[in-house]
Design a protein around this ligand. Structure first.
Ligand code: NAD
Length: 290
């Protein structure tokens, strides 16, 4: 397949390389990063999109996605599919889909879970919004870049799934960190708490797969000085997107709102920037009840 790939950062570069190594012709563009071989470098996003059957974007935010979509859609042949894998707001995803559809082009919002390791290993999970035909066209590419693609519904459904998932993750990680910190201050062995909770009703991915206590549970960023992993500022971005969506849908999300406030404080006023999102645990350890 002829593919245009735009946005070659921590996630986009390894995803594009996996497509090229699988034998696809991938013309790649980024405003700063230089495409690595066997990607074919081009001078603009429009050039990457010209003649492409599929254009994949992996960009920082919704504003940049809207600008890039406006630049690439006029260059894409009718019947091609624009597949955005960035995490952006639901409204931007729907706006880009409308722009594409008006030009006779299919559109998918297909944000991912799995992080930079999943991008490198081709084990991402895609949550996808858009039409059946577009999903069928891109499904073989999802198989190369990931291990699972769930077609969640129409345009915007993929972004909705992503921010709902990460709102649960942010809230459960905070609850996990404060509980393990409380346990330590009560003199309870944190390994014993893990042994109990990981097989009890308090279990979750945050406890069982990503325990924030060093030396407890499977290997996680806590065992590596809280180097990310999944950075606290990326969690903050996703929690803010969830709150934007909650506002536009008039949904009551008090736990998500509090999680966004706590991560904002951690990243913007404390020492959270550059740390893994599970570094909330030492944050709680340092604090008293104030
Ligand atoms: P990144 O900042 O490393 O990469 C973004 C790239 O986009 C950069 O190389 C930048 O130069 C490029 N770019 C910006 N504007 C551009 C433009 N106009 N044209 C072409 N290229 C442009 O970010 P990342 O970590 O690769 O994340 C990409 C997306 O994936 C984000 O939306 C992020 O929220 C999401 N995501 C990231 C992770 C993760 O663990 N890093 C996990 C899941 C989802």
């Amino acid at each position: 397949m002829k593919i245009g790939f735009i946005g070659l950062g921590n996630m986009g570069m390894p995803m594009a390389l996996n497509l090229a190594k699988a034998g696809h012709e991938v013309r790649a563009f980024d405003v700063t990063a230089t495409p690595e071989a066997p990607l074919l470098p081009v001078a603009s996003a429009a050039e990457a999109a010209s003649g492409a059957e599929a254009v994949i974007t992996m960009l920082p935010n919704g504003q940049i996605l809207r600008d890039v979509a406006a630049a690439v859609v006029p260059s894409m042949p009718k019947g091609a599919v624009l597949c955005d894998c960035s995490t952006v707001d639901v409204d931007s995803a729907r706006e880009v889909a409308d722009l594409a559809k008006a030009a006779g082009i299919g559109a998918l919002d297909a944000p991912v879970s799995g992080g930079i390791t999943g991008a490198a290993q081709g084990t991402l999970t895609f949550m996808v919004g858009g039409g059946d035909d577009s999903f069928a066209t891109i499904a073989p590419l999802f198989e190369i870049m990931g291990q699972k693609a769930v077609h969640c519904g129409s345009s915007g459904a993929g972004q909705a799934a992503k921010i709902c998932n990460n709102m649960i993750l942010g809230a459960t990680m905070i609850a996990t960190c404060e509980a393990f910190s409380l346990a330590g201050k009560l003199g309870l062995d944190q390994q014993k708490l893990f042994d109990v909770v990981s097989t009890s009703s308090g279990s979750s991915w945050s406890v069982n797969a990503y325990c924030p206590v060093p030396g407890v549970g499977p290997q996680s960023p806590a065992d590596n000085g809280y180097r990310p992993g999944f950075a606290a500022e990326l969690m903050l971005k996703d929690l803010r997107l969830a709150q934007m969506a909650a506002e536009s849908a008039d949904a009551d999300t008090p736990m998500g709102q509090l999680a966004a406030e706590l991560y904002a404080r951690f990243v913007e006023s404390e020492d959270g920037r550059g740390q893994d999102f599970s570094a909330m645990l030492p944050r709680f350890d340092r604090r008293g009840r104030d």
